[in-house]
Design a protein around this ligand. Structure first.
Ligand SMILES: C[S@@+](CC[C@H](N)C(=O)[O-])C[C@H]1O[C@@H](n2cnc3c(N)ncnc32)[C@H](O)[C@@H]1O
Length: 388
């Protein structure tokens, strides 16, 4: 690690096992190309850990390595005189344009282990293919700019913080990639894999498909904005926000206090009468009708519950609700469809290594069941308004 600004640059270099795992995914697609000219790029190359293994596995590959940090570039040039090496700030449009090594549609493949930071609230606006706009985390923004540099049909393999798959902030962008760019997860890696960084990571791959063939989406602030004339959402997904431990400090005062039921994962197997009644201000997140299911915890067909009552619900942070918009589907039909497809929810929740589902996963699953679904966006800090 270079000492001067290693932290600023997020220089957590890939250990050999991680680099091997990335190269395995790439090699499975390219190892038949023994004498064809093809180019592999890493725009956050660091000291070249990923590219070194790639070039061992794919000796025919022409290697292009760029980074923001000049001290990494100096070491890269010394160690790999045959590689094309240059300085690019991958998140800066002017820097990308100024470099002959950043060319849209040029590369056959990329590998990347982008800077991890931005795991907190930091977001970046990305324009992809000129008219698609996403707001996402910094690692995902690096992924989009790398994807833009691929030729159609090219393959990218990336190490991402697990938070990219689990956060609401990235859910719209990840879902778009899943739908349109064959985005898939290959392996999960626990904390301790990167020396000095306590971060869980995933290795993902994606393919550059032509955007003309895929539905366009404008995503601003994590919310998909459908162009006029496109069909509206059939369903709205609520992600509960209220932890059990905060219930004691829940205050309701003055006008507009309403009686509500609080529902936690363990309540989903009880009758409504067993659910806790609480008084809340009417501006908090209230769900009146929907099919509830666990966000955290094991899922079985019986853990999907339909709710429709005059007493609204406050959802625990371990519960999702999916609600039909304007009678697009009856609650009973929606419940049956979700129960029948319980297996895909179980498989997805197990895939994250712990029994829980992310917003992005649920959006993908419901989408595959043929519904268009949007996430209910909270307008205040953690509680959603009853807005539809
Ligand atoms: C997590 S390290 C990964 C390095 C190497 N690919 C590996 O796997 O060992 C991230 C790298 O991205 C570089 N970096 C950070 N911000 C960058 C930016 N905006 N543009 C280009 N590179 C950046 C850092 O200097 C660092 O070398």
């Amino acid at each position: 690690m270079t000492s001067r600004s290693a932290e600023d640059f997020d220089q957590y270099f890939s250990p050999s096992t991680m680099a091997q795992a990335v190269a395995d995914v790439l090699a499975s697609r390219f190892e038949h190309l023994t004498d064809t000219h093809f180019e592999v790029v890493d725009f956050c190359a660091g000291l070249g850990s990923l590219l070194e293994v790639v070039s061992e596995r794919l000796p025919a590959a022409c290697i292009v390595a760029t980074d923001l940090d000049v001290s990494c570039l100096r070491l890269l040039r010394e160690a790999h005189p045959l590689w094309s090496v240059g300085r690019i700030d991958i998140l800066n449009e002017r820097s990308r344009r100024a470099s002959p090594l950043y060319v849209e549609g040029r590369y056959d493949a990329f590998v990347i282990n982008p800077p991890f930071s931005g795991r907190g609230g930091h977001v970046v606006n990305v324009t992809f293919d000129r008219n698609l706009h996403f707001t996402c985390s910094r690692p995902l923004a690096c992924l989009f700019h790398s994807l833009q540099s691929l030729r159609i049909g090219g393959l990218g393999v990336a190490v991402l913080p697990l938070s990219c798959l689990r956060s609401e902030r990235d859910s719209v962008a990840v879902r778009w990639l899943e739908r349109n760019m064959d985005f898939s997860v290959h392996s999960y890696h626990g904390r301790g894999c990167f020396s000095g960084a306590s971060v869980r990571t995933v290795i993902v791959s994606l393919r550059r498909n032509p955007v003309a063939d895929v539905a366009s989406a404008n995503a601003v602030g994590g919310q998909e904005i459908l162009p006029p004339g496109r069909r509206r959402s059939d369903l709205v997904l609520f992600r509960g926000k209220v932890p059990v431990r905060t219930l004691r400090s829940f205050h309701s005062d003055g006008d507009g206090v309403v009686e509500a039921r609080y529902v936690h994962t363990t309540d989903l197997r009880k009758t409504w009468s067993g659910w806790r009644t609480i008084s809340v201000n009417s501006n908090v997140c209230l769900v009146r009708e929907g099919v509830l299911f666990p966000r955290v915890g094991r899922i079985s067909p019986n853990s999907f519950r339909a709710y429709s009552d005059s007493v609204p619900l406050v959802l625990s942070d371990c519960v999702f609700s999916v609600s039909p918009v304007r009678a697009s589907v009856s609650l009973d039909d929606l419940l049956s469809i979700l129960r029948e497809n319980c297996r895909v929810f179980v498989e997805s929740s197990a895939a994250t290594g712990a029994p829980y589902l992310t917003v992005s996963q649920v959006l993908g699953l419901i989408d595959r069941l043929g519904f268009s679904v949007r996430v209910h966006q909270c307008r205040n800090r953690c509680l959603c308004h009853d807005s539809f």
